[in-house]
Design a binder for this molecule. Structure first.
Ligand code: MN
Ligand code: MN
Length: 477
């Protein structure tokens, strides 16, 4: 075939850039690996539907794989040596793992950083009320959602309640086959003439996202709000909680849907929360699978990205700096200067998703610069909104290094940009770590229907991303 090519065809192959479809490039064996990897991924998604559940699962698999808690190491007085595996869970909602490299941490570390929170609907602090013989829960949504997507689907309730006596009660209703589910009702089309004229952002309002909680009245003539009382009583009988306990609770409403294969060929994963658990899971799996690296490998799993990365579990907190400071100190010596040296020589893949081109929605992307489902792990040089504002813009030198690394490891990648210049955009945790002096670039999976209750990814991309992160943990310039 090669000799049949014209001079022009050969020249085009040599000079022009074209992203490849992963499925067309992988061997039969790799195809099998892709599918088996994504079976594990789907299972993980089903047990890690909230940031707390993800953090807990992280601790479980970390311990299973020989990681030791940082606090335990500090207390034991032991020193870190190459190959030591260490983890820290931050306030049950974020996590950092590291495999200590041959070089000291002060020479810089290789971080893959993702977020484990996802858009959802939180219960308010005094949620339960009764209206028209039905009980509901008031909510305040978390992150950027299209509110109309969250009505008339089965919903589950996950979270914790801290009781008056300090005891913690875990709640998870709607995931077991035999569990009841919750839902938010919508108006029937017959009576929706007025509603259908509204803008999509106003069809369902924030205060209108009231979750249906119950319908059977408590059997006592003398009480008012009998349906609400019955619900409170059921909660009391099962969990020992009272209405006041909601004040010190974090209860999250998430879709009561399991991760599924999508399409007759089973090439796609459909699931809630893939932004950004697809990157968090692959980052986690990859650090479990590496040998002692040259530079220390760090997996950073943060909370609160969907609302701006604020707070003591978000990427704007000092959790990463604190963790690295402890690594420096446990390796033998500590000074502020060593930590600064570490940060300035650190490289990070900000592991977050990008928006895949959706042929159902023409005109949202610059197709020459957008990413596609199935074309490999996405490198997003810059984020930000209208003129790159508020985003992170990686240095060309760093991307040059990564291109070589991808090439050397047979990793199929593509470039991406979050939508057309004037349309909108977004940010990730990249800028917060870049602000500390590290080299950072966004690198993750292309997603269809991002931030919806059922997000879609290509299994080929999930696997390529895992391979990219794994190679990066052992990257040395
Ligand atoms: Mn994200
Ligand atoms: Mn997001």
């Amino acid at each position: 075939m090669e000799e049949n090519k014209t001079e022009g065809q050969k020249l085009q192959e040599k000079l022009a850039y074209k992203a490849k479809n992963v499925w067309e490039k992988v061997s039969d064996e790799e195809r099998k690996e892709i599918f088996s990897f994504c079976e594990d991924y789907k299972k993980f998604l089903d047990v890690a539907k909230t940031e707390r559940e993800f953090a807990r699962e992280t601790e479980r698999v970390a311990v299973e794989n020989g990681f030791v808690s940082l606090d335990e190491l500090i207390n034991s007085g032991k020193k870190l040596i190459p190959g030591t595996k260490v983890y820290k869970i931050i306030r049950n909602k974020a996590a950092i793992l590291a495999v200590i490299g041959k070089q000291p941490a002060s020479c810089g570390v290789n971080i893959v950083g993702a977020h484990i929170d996802a858009p959802r609907i939180d219960l308010k602090q005094n949620p339960v009320y009764e209206d028209t013989d039905l009980a509901f829960a008031k909510t305040h949504y978390y992150g950027g959602i299209k509110k109309y997507q969250w009505v008339t689907i089965p919903l589950a309730l996950h979270g914790v309640v801290i009781k008056g006596n300090g005891e913690t009660v875990e709640i998870k209703i709607g995931e077991d086959e035999n569990d009841p589910v919750f839902t938010i009702t919508d108006l029937l089309p017959h009576l929706a003439a007025e509603q259908m004229q509204k803008k999509a952002s106003e069809v369902v309002t924030g205060e209108g996202l009231n979750v249906l909680f119950g319908s059977i009245p408590y059997n006592d003539e003398k009480v008012k709000e009998k349906v609400k009382l019955n619900i409170l009583n059921l909660l009391y009988e099962k969990y020992g909680i009272t209405e006041e306990d909601f004040v010190s609770a974090e209860l999250e409403i998430v879709p009561a849907l399991k991760a599924k294969d999508v399409g007759l060929d089973r090439g796609l994963v459909g699931a809630y929360g893939q932004d950004d658990r697809v990157c968090a899971y692959t980052a986690l799996r990859a650090i479990l699978d590496i040998d002692t690296p040259e530079k220390t490998a760090v997996c950073l799993l943060t909370d609160k990205e969907e609302v701006g990365s604020m707070g003591n579990t978000g990427a704007q907190s000092t959790m990463l700096e604190n963790f690295l400071a402890f690594l420096c100190s446990l390796e033998g010596e500590y000074s502020d200067l060593l930590l600064r040296k570490c940060l300035s020589q650190t490289r990070m893949l900000s592991a977050d998703v990008n928006a895949a081109v959706d042929p159902n929605y023409e005109g949202t992307h610059d197709k020459k610069n957008a990413c596609y489902a199935g074309k490999g792990v996405v490198l997003t040089k810059y984020s930000g909104v209208r003129g790159k504002a508020g985003g992170s813009d990686a240095n060309a030198e760093f991307i040059g290094e990564l291109r070589q690394m991808f090439k050397n490891n047979d990793i199929i990648w593509q470039t991406g940009e979050l939508g057309k210049v004037d349309l909108g955009g977004g940010g990730t945790i990249a800028l917060f770590v870049a602000n500390l002096g590290a080299e950072v670039v966004d690198c993750g999976v292309a997603v269809l229907a991002m931030h919806s209750p059922f997000e879609i990814t290509s299994k080929a991309d999930v696997y390529m991303t895992y391979r990219a992160y794994k190679a990066f943990y052992s990257f040395i310039k």
